[in-house]
Design a protein around this ligand. Structure first.
Ligand SMILES: Nc1ncnc2c1ncn2[C@@H]1O[C@H](COP(=O)(O)OP(=O)(O)O)[C@@H](O)[C@H]1O
Ligand SMILES: [Mg+2]
Length: 327
């Protein structure tokens, strides 16, 4: 299921609770596809930076070639959010009339604390990264941040639009106020505040253009994510109580956001025939998987065994990906 999805789609998102094996599975899938000759970009948005650990080298916001045909990028939500606010601040200060500079600062200060800002900034960066890979890569594999965030992130294009629209609205109000003043006889107020008519108009158009571009970028990402022909979302979990419950919840959230889940990967499954203790573990896991089956009966599943070794480095990832085909 995993390899089929990866072969057929152009964008593969891997989500799930922390520690279940998202990064490992995203990386193993990406590597398997690169070894089949596809040009793959592996993107991690998980603040715990483990792509670098997997390949024993530092990986940052710019793609690094880690294997033939495989590039990796790590997007740090905090750094992305900071860079985003800096650039938005610069843009707005340049575009807003000087007397609204205080408003811009207030807006940015509020935004810095606003819930969802990190996700929004990350989403925008992710959209840019995916768009940027359109021609250079055949497949983008995204190792997403832990579950709750992921779904909210995907519901964000609308929220993000509301966020940027707020500032436009404030500018509009200021405009109306000066128009009212000029109607009362203070004709030169508007010119003094916004600059001569022509300049104010083109500045307005530029602001709208910047905001519109951002909005369109979100909308394109959203369309891309909802397009089942080119995109698949895979949830990784372990056969334990909480990961199962969170998977059911994440599936519902994704569904609500209009995104279909392509399959479930049940990772670290205990062996049935390796002693009494593990056999008991296996039985316990099976009970949790029954719950999963009842709740999400139509989803394809792939079970991956608990591996004896640490999964670090290309060879360990290949050893894991061999199991993708068998199961
Ligand atoms: N099938 C597996 N067998 C054994 N260890 C695994 C397996 N899958 C992942 N791991 C290990 O589990 C830990 C967490 O995996 P990771 O991919 O970082 O999870 P996540 O990205 O979901 O937080 C890592 O140490 C990884 O090597
Ligand atoms: Mg991870």
């Amino acid at each position: 299921m995993l390899l089929t999805l990866a072969r057929e789609r152009r964008l593969l998102l891997v989500g799930g609770k922390g520690g279940v094996g998202k990064t490992t599975i995203a990386a193993a899938t990406a590597l398997a596809m690169a070894r089949e000759g596809r040009r793959v970009l592996l993107v991690s948005t998980d603040p715990a930076h483990n792509l670098g650990h997997l390949w024993g080298r530092s990986i940052g916001p710019d793609p690094v070639r880690v294997e033939a045909g495989l590039d990796a990028v790590e997007l740090d939500p905090q750094a992305v959010a900071d860079a985003h606010l800096d650039s938005v601040g610069r843009e707005l200060r340049r575009l807003m009339p000087p007397h609204l500079a205080g408003e811009v600062d207030k807006h940015l200060a509020l935004s810095r604390e606003a819930p969802g800002l990190h996700e929004a900034a990350l989403l925008e960066k992710l959209a840019q990264t995916i768009e940027g890979a359109q021609d250079s890569h055949d497949l983008v594999v995204v190792d997403t941040a832990p579950s709750g965030h992921t779904a909210r992130l995907l519901a964000l294009p609308e929220m993000m639009a509301a966020w940027t629209d707020g500032l436009l609205l404030r500018r509009k109000r200021a405009e109306r106020f000066t128009t009212a003043l000029s109607n009362l006889g203070a004709r030169d107020v508007e010119d003094r505040v916004f600059g001569a008519g022509g300049e104010s108009q083109s500045r307005d158009q530029r602001i709208r253009q910047v905001l519109l571009q951002r909005r369109q970028r979100f909308e394109r990402l959203r369309e891309r994510l909802a397009d089942m022909e080119s995109t698949a979302f895979v949830i990784v979990l372990t056969a334990e109580r909480l990961p199962v419950l969170e998977t059911i919840e994440l599936h519902a959230q994704l569904h609500k956001a209009g995104l279909a889940v392509g399959g479930l990967v049940i990772n670290k499954r205990s062996p049935r025939d390796a002693g009494g203790f593990l056999a008991e573990r296996w039985r316990q896991e099976s009970l949790h998987l029954d719950t999963l089956q009842q709740q999400l009966p139509d989803l394809e599943r792939l079970e991956l065994p608990l591996m004896p070794n640490d999964l670090v480095g290309a060879e360990a990832l290949v050893a894991l990906s061999v199991q993708f085909a068998d199961a």
